[in-house]
Design a protein around this ligand. Sequence first.
Ligand code: HEM
Length: 466
Amino acid sequence: SKRDNLPPGPGGNRLSIGPYAYRRFHEWSKEYGPVFSLKHGSKLIVVIASYQAAIDIMQKHGSELADRPRSVAAGEIFSGDMRTLLVGAGERLKKLRRALHSQLQSTTAQQYGSLQYRNAKNYVRNMLSDPEHHLDHGRTYAASVILELTYSKTTPTKYADKEVQDVMKNVNRMFAALKIGAYIVDTFPFLKYIPLGGVSELRRFHKEELGLFKSQLNSAREKLSQSIAQPSFATYLLENQGQYDLSNDELAYLAGSMFGAGSDTTASGLGIITMAAATHPEELKKVQSQIDAVVGRDRLPNYDDEPLLSRVTAFVLEAHRWRPIAPQGFAHRAMKDVIWKDVVIPKGAIVYGNHWSIMHDPEVFPEPDSFRPDHWLNEEGEVRDDLKHFDFGFGRRVCPGQYVAERSLFINTALIFWAFNIHEDPNSPIDTTAFTDASVVHPLPFAVKIVPRIKNLRELLDADTD
Ligand code: HEM
């Protein structure tokens, strides 16, 4: 019977998993194995915690796991059930993902190359003039790229800008609402129809966020009507609204929520790369030797160099294996019973692919706590295509922005490693385990020394017209 064959687990009713759930899950996986379960209130959570189990379950059963658990507070009320990340499996999800895919898939992603490159050069300039605030510069890069890609905003963006802060306020509210136990309406969904207390607050937040997304979209719409709009995700959606059968509100949300999904994640990824470089000087040197051999020091690296800069790609992959950006992964929901070996993941279970455990699996990544970009290279020194990286999630819900994100991470890493040596400051050693506790984690502020290694760096940056 299903009940007899549930994955093993710690027992009891685990109403709270405590802080840093992905670390707790990792500890439990050592005790209960790569697929374990726990009771959480009236729900069952199943955690997938090894590389092979991730392939067997999260990938091979991707269509049965395409759903999300019901999220009344953050998904249905706060996001009006329109935020792709939280929408359950069904027709709406299909059309939202179809529209996202059309503009973000691997070949289309290349069209953003020049805007990513231009902004990556600004990242280098900011690191040069103000190395102390290196994490903020990553945030500025990520915010600028998303706003330009989504709304063709070309005026300089700073993370402190009101528009960015307004969007972030709502993103933070949404993630706070998603936290287990944040709103009682998640336990008693019928309260959704009684606009008191938390529910009326959530409705107010939704109105505010929708208003913000609509005003961002209106400026793109105005530019389009005056024929001065640069192509962007928003203008594409406005011109093809009928084809994707999107209501006005769905369209505003689809464009608006790109920022929450794509900006914070990319900024975190850049911060982790700086942390990994500063704490692994010998690995940084290996990448720089390859960059020197392929690019030299008289011109900037660019996307055309990518096939020969396998060590840049391997460094990025390893940085986010070592310190995943979304270490717990996002919750999926089983739409059918899924059988794995002798256990059943029953229909309705909440399923987490715990990115941290999957990418610290010693069977696949020996000595998983050490930082070894060579995991990702074959004997010819090329990037391995037989090894999967799971920080972008799984199956039908895999991150649709993955190609854009990978191109951002590649070009910034290539430019920064070409331009600078990055050292740990002996007076303030870096704690490589100090991260925020959230769905998307960020390194806590840390000091680094960023020293130019190219003589005429500023001139080369200014002379480069790509
Ligand atoms: C390094 C950067 C990024 C990381 C690590 C990341 C990671 C993720 C993860 C783990 C998921 C959930 C996958 C799952 O449920 O299994 C996701 C979903 C999503 N991501 Fe990303 N992401 C990144 C950048 C981006 C960018 C740049 C965009 C947009 C341009 C984007 C758009 C989205 C959207 C719309 C979803 C929701 C998809 C769904 O639920 O069906 N992401 N991302």
